[in-house]
Design a protein around this ligand. Sequence first.
Ligand SMILES: [Zn+2]
Length: 165
Amino acid sequence: MASSNEFLDYTTVVVVFTSTVDKRRIVECCQIGKDIPKSRTFGYKFKSCPTPGCQPVPADMHVHNHGVKVHLRCLKCNWRSVSAKTDMDNKHFKRVNKLVVPQLFWHHFPPSTDLQNYFVELTNNEQAQPHQNKGKKGRDQQGKSKCRAEIVADVQDDSEMAGDQ
Ligand SMILES: [Zn+2]
């Protein structure tokens, strides 16, 4: 897979094998995919959107790459995730061989709900940080200034993306 993985541009592969843990044989199952900019982040096609009632298909979830950073945007409701980095392992996606094929990641198969929600969770966690967008329900004054800051950030982000295309 290190020397010839062109087929992973179009599909993923599921590997089933047995291993021995505490003298018991267990069956393991993992899926390997290639990280493809604008398409398959960490080798996986995400489609989870946190907006109530929004049910995007994978084609609705646009992948935006900026160097090693990647974020998703839902074309149906305009939700935008925070960025994740594609040059390192995370709790769900691990590189198969970070030196030889850094773009190949594996994850447990079938993918858990947790995995499918990776970007949603990442975004929720970041927004729950004290320094980020907190206190929306707080005093009016504070609420207003934060809203304005958010709008500015959004506009900047959109113009950045326009520049990239
Ligand atoms: Zn959405």
